[in-house]
Design a protein around this ligand. Sequence first.
Ligand code: GRF
Length: 191
Amino acid sequence: MRFAVFASGNGSNFEAILKAVQRNKISAELVCLFSDKSTSYAVQRAKDNGVPYFILEKESKQTKEEYETKLVYLMQKEKVDCIVLAGYMKILGKTFLTAYPNRVINIHPSLLPHFPGKHGIKDAFDRGVKKTGITIHQVDDGIDTGPIIFQKEIETKDFKTLEELEEKIHELEHKYYPIVIEEFVRELMTE
Ligand code: GRF
């Protein structure tokens, strides 16, 4: 089983996944990092760690379908079997998801369906909810929708500031995403 990580930003989850692969905690090959942003720090992490990476920035005149057709071609050329999104900021559409049905997962920093979108941690903190957490889910063409595979919840009262909560959420992500990825690839292997 060969997988790619898609990231647009910092890439701390990408690095946690990479470490898990290096420690043989994930029984699939990390083929490459893909980013839609050349400036993303995830790309720097790939460079620093000798992980192959690909960057495809969407041109303004390009349609989503055209962009994703290129992306599918790239992934198929690299013989990628499944995709792990880790802070990938584009919404995948039908063109990509038809090529990789039930083979894309995502991590989100809230207890979905609550607080989807870009600011899951802050939105939950500002609302003053009792519990928040992380969600790992199959990807469909909605924003943070798709069947939930795993959730871990925490009590927000333990965190006085947004920064403290963010730190805890990221710690949970780095701990649990590799474990769930391992389950995900193992299940695909039995198909
Ligand atoms: C994570 O909080 C993840 O849940 C969300 O985007 C963030 C990515 O962080 N989808 P990083 O780039 O892995 O540090």
